[in-house]
Ligand binder design. Structure first.
Ligand SMILES: Nc1ncnc2c1ncn2[C@@H]1O[C@H](COP(=O)(O)OP(=O)(O)OP(=O)(O)O)[C@@H](O)[C@H]1O
Length: 694
């Protein structure tokens, strides 16, 4: 099963090809590590520690003179083992490796020690891992260039033509972001003296799928090249390391952090300026066949000059006519997730990003998130209440997996105009289009950019006219929220969950996936591992899952038990009061399983869901479905219905399950209660983490 991100153009098709100034045979370039490199190594002690030896390798050839030559590329001719003649003798085959030794590119040359044996002049045997051996010339060259063999084997395209940077050429300054799958650090590039952001990604190098998943983000980033898209400047890793840092230009703000700064109020022209950049960035992504799938304020980064760049392509994927495999619907942060994804669509396109864009546009005027749902059920309800429910025709035509469960008996009336009557009319008109419940009515980035909002006065601000803000990021907002919560104490706990204030930080797209992280951390213990310690389940005690926005009970087997579980279908069915509840629990499961990045989570936590997915053949272009395993007891003969379990125990739905009235409220109340429990638990967990971290 080919990963879809390896299709299409080669990753380095879009890597700038600068003038080649130097051809160097690495045999002649061998040098002893110089003093400077040792000195630098010391500076990165902290990273070397958490980087599983990333910083422990010598810098080898040190700073070649070429390094200081701006806007030049060093081309290395590296002899590599002939793919056909796979012995140790070096064939005089040469591979070109690019190195742009300008201030803006960070890739480094390999050390000769890594490439050629000192005495014989033959190649060192590439380090093999459990994954597979290096079998062809290109991969061999990548290993020689300093890439770990497991990475070259599994994700060669992501590193094609690049040479890894060493951790010891950076000075780590502070942690600036914590995502579901990464920690982000502010650092200084000791070669260029520039500030950079180092995103440490979590994956398990013993797990090819997990590596490919990480590679997808890199491949996508390398395919994009636009002023409004974060550019991947390089990668830090080593042959002995199990971790990887992505190097980005350092950005002072993110839109979520900035928007929530007390006293910061954006003018209409300023909002236009940000929205314009967002749409231009998205237009570029879409034109390169990339869906971002996690557009939200904290992923829109701003530099000191107010240039906006779309960041975090961890959930991005390719789309288009070549994309035959269904996509996962478990993407996009809940508050910004379009209804078709909540209804289980696996065949979607650019319009998912446009929905999120509409949410952000309205939020910037509104001063706070417009639909802060806590569960998928609640999110969908909020959407229908604001944007109306889809037309009969749409329900019929779209055949969305959860349509039967969530189609309201009575259609909901749209009230966007009433809700946002304070918005300028041109802004409201654009919000109306972008927040169309039916995806096809949302238009394109291009049509949005042509809309009156951008073509009428006041025009988008000139960057020079905008104020310079104090650095403020989502992580600061989260810290502030935490602090405020602590101060407020327990008395206001209930109100908190009901109110969303200006600048409330959005849940992560994958906030529900702590279990998944835990699994990763098990493979790749690092400094953050303690934060996500896996607590052994106490046998016999049903527990509530530690998810932030969805709750599921965990049985003594450690499985997430959903109503209707195949373990004890009858008992489970008895506990169900209505189909509505079943629907809710079903979605709660999905809420827990936004695991677009790591479907392996399901193998642990959601066996039941696996059954559904396995059989629904929703082989996801995102790899999440690759992790699917046949459920225990699965036989070919049993018919599985996505979202409904085995046919034998399937409930036959004769009509809409959610009425616009009482049942839904009851269901939401139940969710509310479950959320309270989960929030309390999560808070207790966070406190422990804080204590652990001093
Ligand atoms: N280039 C950068 N410069 C400065 N800060 C950055 C940069 N890239 C990311 N950050 C900060 O780090 C945070 C987390 O980064 P990112 O969103 O890429 O990680 P993630 O693990 O994918 O997060 P999430 O789980 O929220 O999707 C961002 O919200 C941002 O505040």
């Amino acid at each position: 099963m080919g990963c879809n991100c390896t299709k299409g153009t080669r990753a380095n098709d879009n890597v700038e090809n600068d003038t080649i100034i130097n051809n160097v045979n690495v045999k002649e370039k061998r040098r002893k590590p110089n003093k400077t490199s040792k000195k630098k190594k010391k500076k990165f002690v902290s990273s070397a520690k958490d980087n599983n030896n990333v910083g422990s390798e010598s810098e080898g050839s040190g700073n070649n003179n070429n390094n200081n030559n701006d806007s030049t590329t060093l081309r290395l001719l590296i002899p590599i083992a002939d793919a056909k003649n796979n012995d140790e003798v070096v064939a005089e085959k040469k591979v070109h490796l690019e190195r742009k030794s300008s201030r803006s590119l960070f890739q480094r040359r390999p050390t000769t020690a890594e490439v050629v044996d000192n005495n014989t002049g033959t190649l060192q045997q590439p380090m093999m891992t459990r994954i597979c051996s290096i079998s062809n010339g290109e991969r061999g060259a990548q290993v020689m260039a300093g890439w770990p063999s497991w990475l070259a084997s599994v994700a060669g395209e992501a590193i094609n033509g690049w040479i890894p940077r060493k951790a010891d050429s950076f000075e780590k300054l502070e942690k600036i972001g914590q995502g579901t799958y990464s920690s982000v650090y502010k650092a200084r590039d000791l070669e260029t003296n520039q500030l950079v952001a180092l995103k440490k990604v979590r994956f398990a190098n013993t797990d090819p799928d997990s590596v490919r998943f990480m590679a997808r983000e890199i491949i996508i980033l390398r395919r994009l090249d636009h002023p409004n898209v974060m550019k991947l400047e390089g990668l830090i890793t080593s042959r002995v390391s199990g971790s990887m840092y992505l190097i980005f230009e350092y950005m002072e703000h993110d839109l979520a952090g900035l928007a929530s700064t007390p006293g910061v109020n954006f003018s209409e022209a300023q909002i236009k300026y940000y929205m314009k950049q967002l749409l231009h960035g998205l237009e570029h992504c879409h034109s390169r066949g990339v869906l971002h799938r996690d557009i939200k304020g904290s992923n829109l980064l701003l530099d000191q000059s107010n240039n906006l760049k779309i960041g975090d392509f961890g959930l991005a994927n390719f789309y288009g006519s070549h994309q035959k495999q269904p996509l996962t619907s478990r993407v996009v942060t809940l508050w910004y997730r379009p209804p078709e994804l909540l209804l289980g669509s696996t065949d979607y396109g650019v319009t998912v990003d446009l929905w999120s864009t509409g949410c952000i546009l309205a939020e910037l005027f509104n001063g706070k998130p417009i639909m802060p749902g806590r569960t998928e059920v609640e999110q969908l309800h909020k959407i229908f209440k604001l944007c109306g429910s889809p037309s009969e025709e749409y329900w019929k035509k779209s055949k969305l997996p959860h349509a039967t469960i969530f189609k309201p008996q009575q259609p909901y009336k749209r009230c966007v105009a009433e809700s946002f009557k304070s918005l300028p009319s041109s802004a409201l008109a654009l919000v109306e289009v972008l927040l169309a419940v039916e995806p096809n009515a949302r238009g394109t980035t291009d049509s949005a950019l042509q809309s009156e909002f951008f073509t009428t006065k006041p025009f988008a601000s000139e960057p020079s006219s905008l104020p310079k803000y104090q650095p403020r990021k989502e992580i600061d907002v989260k810290a502030r929220d935490e602090e405020a919560k602590r101060k407020k104490g327990t008395s206001s706990k209930q109100n908190e969950s009901k109110q969303v204030s200006k600048g409330a930080s959005a849940p992560d797209a994958n906030a529900e996936l702590l279990t998944s992280i835990q699994k990763r951390e098990k493979f790749n213990p690092g400094e953050d591992a303690a934060r996500y310690r896996i607590e052994p389940l106490k046998s016999g005690t049903p527990q509530v899952g530690n998810t932030r926005y969805g709750v599921s009970s965990v049985n003594r087997y450690g499985d997430n038990v959903m109503r209707g579980s195949s373990r004890s279908p009858r008992k489970e069915l008895r506990t169900q009061r209505s189909f509505v509840q079943r629907g809710a629990s079903q979605l709660t499961r999905f809420s827990n399983s936004v695991a677009a990045r790591d479907g392996s989570h399901f193998a642990i936590a959601n066996p039941r869901w696996l059954e559904d997915s396995y059989n629904s053949r929703q082989n996801d272009g995102d790899w999440s479905q690759r992790f699917l395993v046949k459920p225990k007891g699965y036989t070919k003969h049993k018919e599985y219905i996505p979202g409904h379990g085995e046919k034998t125990e399937r409930m036959h739905c004769s009509g809409p399950l959610v009425s616009a009235g009482g049942n839904l409220n009851e269901m939401l109340k139940e969710h509310e209660r479950q959320i309270q429990v989960a929030v309390r638990k999560a808070r207790a967990g966070k406190k422990t983490n804080r204590d652990d971290n001093g």
